[in-house]
Ligand binder design. Structure first.
Ligand SMILES: [Zn+2]
Length: 261
């Protein structure tokens, strides 16, 4: 004869099993839907290696934006013109929230998720080559970060995931993962010495924690690639510690003298 205590334990176990099965089903359903966004985006166009989907009509100006994204992307040693890129413009915020994989509708874009070719970009004014700001004002550093920047940035995350592993976001330091995406995204539009000066002065723009900008990460990555002349593979195979790079940056003497300015 079962005691009430045993019956209670069985019921608890049954409830646990049901909850676990329901959560597993929910996860599998999410993975399936998130990996197959195409049916949910009504509009589509292709250009070179880019396959573009959107929930709004895609203006002809997309080709100029993609040309500029390619110009930036070419600054990466991982660039390969045969690489397929699927871009999904998410005008309705829930799409970026759902498909971006981070359940956040405020980000500029997302990539390197379930399907490595897939890149999700927030609502944008494609003809003007800019993304719409998630807040009331314009986005920070808007001049250096047009829509083509965000595309090249996200495509670089996909490239790094292909080359250095799908778990690269977990395996490598954030300053390197985001620093390299910013490095490629900006396509050379980054004044190293000026940003180094701001870093030495402790400027807010050089602190990701307070500005949300990747300039600090970009400076560290650019220092290793352009000043120490390391290859990308060398940097990723043995990334130095954050404190070590900061020490090197403090010891670095810029070529330009800003006192005269
Ligand atoms: Zn990024």
């Amino acid at each position: 004869m079962l005691t009430s205590q045993t019956r209670g334990a069985r019921r608890a176990l049954q409830l646990f099993k049901c909850t676990f099965a329901a959560l597993l089903l929910l996860l599998l359903a999410y993975l399936f839907l998130a990996a197959n966004p195409e049916p949910m985006f009504k509009f589509r166009t292709t250009y070179q290696n880019y396959h573009v989907w959107s929930d709004r009509p895609i203006p002809a100006g997309i080709t100029g934006v993609l040309d500029d994204a390619t110009r930036r992307w070419r600054t990466s040693t991982l660039y390969d013109s045969r690489t397929r890129v699927n871009i999904f413009f998410c005008y309705e915020p829930w799409r970026l929230w759902f498909y971006g994989g981070r359940f956040d509708a405020s980000m500029g874009g997302a990539a390197a998720g379930i399907v490595v070719e897939n890149v999700f970009i927030r609502a944008s004014d494609i003809a003007a080559n800019r993304i719409y700001s998630p807040g009331p004002g314009p986005i920070a550093d808007a001049d250096q970060r047009p829509l083509s920047y965000f595309i090249a940035h996200e495509v670089t995350h996909s490239d790094v995931a292909r080359r250095f592993g799908r778990l690269m976001m977990l395996r490598y330091p954030m300053w390197l993962v985001e620093g390299y995406a910013d490095y490629v995204g900006k396509g050379g539009d980054f004044d190293f010495d000026l940003n180094h000066k701001l870093f030495m002065e402790g400027d807010r723009a050089m602190n990701f924690g307070s500005s949300g900008l990747y300039r600090e990460f970009h400076l560290k990555t650019a220092y290793l690639l352009d000043k120490q002349r390391k290859t990308l593979s060398q940097v990723f195979s043995d990334p130095p510690g954050d404190a070590q790079v900061e020490t090197w940056l403090r010891e670095y003497r810029p070529l330009r003298d800003f006192k005269d300015r």
